[in-house]
Design a binder for this molecule. Structure first.
Ligand code: FAD
Length: 499
């Protein structure tokens, strides 16, 4: 029998904290942010002929934008070939995207043809532990299909809005362990090349192209379908461990090497400026004793949506940042309970949406070896609070080595630190973010680490090449497979075109 004891989830704990903040009085919630008077607003207005991404800061002129959805599944390849033909005849670039949550125009072709894929067929093979899925399917679709047959995606990002082909194209990673990036769980893909040929790529067929397209940002062709690995769904229970921040790298390694039953793991760092990145928490999930009657995967519900109040109340408010940390380290661990693997993965981005036209959420992510983690903490402590960016969240994951993809961000096992900043939509904030990102990347490269590519294009080309030593090889291969450079986006234009 399924347990029907009501237990609060991690998200519910956050909601609870919202009520506590409310009880603490309105003055506690007052923001201390620089005034916007006299600043130039960068907000863009979705003008006709332009396309943007989730940052809101990448407005790019496009010649056309075509949505290929459920109605086009029958002849998707025919429609894509037609787009290719028009692009070639007009000398235009083409870029395919899904949710356009990458933040540097990685899915935007300047003056070219943008295509959005949104179709969701899926065929699972439980005996083989794999499924075939449409390139434009979102992870929410995948979870819904797999949940119904007792399975779960092996590796995906922390949110369910993203496209499956996008995940392969940025070679995303998640917090399921012990795995490398998502590409390591992809068996085979179908790719429409610059010549209009639809070919299969895997570790045996067109293997070079498979490794280039994995984390290849759509520059080697259009993915139409993928075959991925899945794992059984399970009911999981969390454990919490607090420690000084600098110890989190080795704590991750120790936890994962000695406990094969850990299925998911993430870390958190405190973000208040006073004690910035001094404390950490490691949260690990193991199978619960009771695996009967596993419930249908939940998306974040009312309680989860409410947690955004405390999350957003941190903005410009140091006491609330401290309060949130206190609640998460003390209250959450005593009241949170089990959840299914699929429910933990089934979180939409919109849960924490800021809904503030004057601000945008900007992510950063850095990958360092567990041994370099204390030096990374030191670098963050010196660089981030010296900016005026508002860091609202820092989450850590452990990523196994990826020695397959050419633009690999984890050539060895890495501790990944994801940071969510709330940035003003102003020129001064963009300049400050640019300066701060540049400084942080420099410090990360100095300790042998890398930064994640799908975020804001604030690294210099020189930093990109130092962080990704195979970048020139990647650009040369692109010119070989796509000599007409038909698959192009702002990532190619801003970084690789120069190499
Ligand atoms: C809130 C948030 C949380 C995130 N969490 C994580 C995380 O936990 N782990 C992580 O690794 N990343 C994370 N990311 C980054 C995220 O994985 C990438 O930005 C990802 O690309 C988003 O998917 P998308 O569908 O929006 O991709 P898009 O931005 O639409 O596309 C990304 C790239 O894939 C290419 N592409 C898309 N579809 C195809 C196709 N059919 N054929 C060929 N190329 C294609 C595009 O051209 C583009 O270069 C997060 C981002 C956000 C905003």
């Amino acid at each position: 029998m399924a347990r029907n004891v009501f237990k609060l989830t991690r998200r519910a704990a956050l909601f609870g904290s919202g009520a506590i903040v409310g009880a603490g009085g309105w003055s506690y919630l007052r923001r201390n942010l620089p005034v916007l008077d006299g600043t130039a607003h960068l907000a863009t207005d979705n003008r006709e002929g332009y396309l943007n991404d989730a940052s809101g800061l990448s407005q790019t002129p496009v010649a056309s934008h075509r949505m290929l959805g459920l109605a086009d599944q029958e002849d998707l390849v025919g429609s894509l070939r037609e787009e290719l033909r028009i692009a070639r005849n007009n000398g235009q670039p083409i870029a395919v995207g899904a949710a356009r949550h990458s933040m540097g125009g990685h899915s935007l072709p300047r003056d070219g043809r943008a295509v959005t894929l949104r179709h969701d067929w899926l065929f699972a093979d439980p005996a083989a532990g794999t499924y075939r899925v449409a390139a434009g399917a979102r992870w929410a679709d995948v979870i819904r299909h797999l949940d119904a047959i007792g399975f779960s995606p092996k590796v995906m990002q922390s949110n369910n809005d993203f496209g499956v082909a996008s995940t392969f194209s940025v070679n995303a990673h998640g917090w399921a362990v012990p795995f490398g990036p998502a590409g390591s769980t992809v068996r085979r893909v179908k790719l429409l090349t610059a010549d209009g040929d639809l070919i299969a790529c895997s570790r045996r067929e067109n293997a070079e192209l498979f490794r280039l397209a994995m984390g290849g940002y759509g520059l080697f062709g259009i993915l139409t379908e993928l075959e991925l690995e899945m794992v059984p769904n399970a009911r999981l229970e969390p454990s919490y461990e607090e420690m000084p921040a600098a110890e989190l790298g080795s704590a991750f390694v120790n936890a994962l090497s000695g406990n094969p039953d850990i299925r998911m793991a993430y870390g958190r760092l405190n973000v208040d400026r006073d004690g910035f990145f001094s404390d950490a928490m490691l949260i690990t999930y193991r199978p619960a004793d009771d695996q009967t009657g596993i419930p249908v995967a939940q998306e974040s519900g009312f309680v989860s949506r409410m947690s955004r109040h405390i999350f957003r109340a941190q903005l410009g408010n140091e006491p609330v940042k401290q309060l949130r940390w206190g609640i998460e380290t003390r209250l959450a661990k005593t009241i949170s309970g089990s959840a299914t693997r699929n429910s933990l993965l089934n979180e939409p981005v919109v849960t924490l949406d800021d809904r503030d036209p004057d601000r945008t959420d900007i992510l950063h992510e850095y990958f360092v070896s567990p041994e370099s983690f204390p030096a990374f903490i030191e670098a963050c402590r010196e660089v981030i609070p010296a900016s005026y960016q508002e860091l609202l969240n820092a989450t850590l994951r452990y990523v196994m080595a990826d020695r397959e993809s050419v633009l690999s961000y984890a050539p060895e096992p890495r501790i990944a630190t994801v940071m969510l900043f709330s940035q003003e939509m102003t020129g001064r904030a963009e300049a400050d973010m640019h300066r701060m990102t540049h400084a942080l990347i420099e410090r990360v490269i100095a300790i042998g680490g890398t930064y994640y590519l799908p975020y804001r294009p604030h690294a210099t080309v020189d930093q990109f090449v130092r962080a990704y030593p195979r970048a020139r090889e990647f650009a040369a291969a692109k010119r070989r497979y796509d000599p007409g450079l038909i698959f192009r986006n702002n990532f190619w234009d801003g970084y690789l075109a120069e190499l």
